[in-house]
Design a protein around this ligand. Sequence first.
Ligand code: NI
Length: 191
Amino acid sequence: MNEVLKSFLINFSLKDGLSPDRESIKRQLSNMNGMYSDQKAYEQLIKEDPLIYEFYDCGILEKESSIAFGTSITYPGKVGNEYFMTKGHFHNIMDTAEVYYCLSGCGYMMMETMRGNWETQKMTTGTAVYVPGNYAHRSINTSDLEPLVTFFAFRGDAGHDYGKIESKGFRKLIVEKDGQPEIIDNPKWEN
Ligand code: NI
């Protein structure tokens, strides 16, 4: 390959995660139909169609030796009692890990394997979460006020597979109960 490799810089704000250098990819509530457990609350909120999260794809060459990176910003809010979250995905190359470093805000990384092993890690400013290979992963913002801002990095050719997790969602949900986040079973996974 005659590829010319060049270094480059991108600015990401430590405060809100946004970059003045790139256009982010945005996901509004209407991009997540069927992903929240309370469909009635979804229908109510869809009138406003709030921005749920945004992230950056820095256009890294998709090859094994590359590292894809960017920030992800999940905004505060709830659909019914379920916190705003990202769609979540497996990687196309399943056994590829990812690191998320929380720049600001707080929330959870929800993870699960095809076989049903699941894990959560609490994220607060300054914590890094290691997501092992073969785990689908989703960011959940449990703050009422602040965006959950993370910086992520993963193998450049890993790719994203949203489909596997899209029909039934993750096995666990994080909802607000008595003002606190609580992990509950996803009713769609019963029986
Ligand atoms: Ni990922």
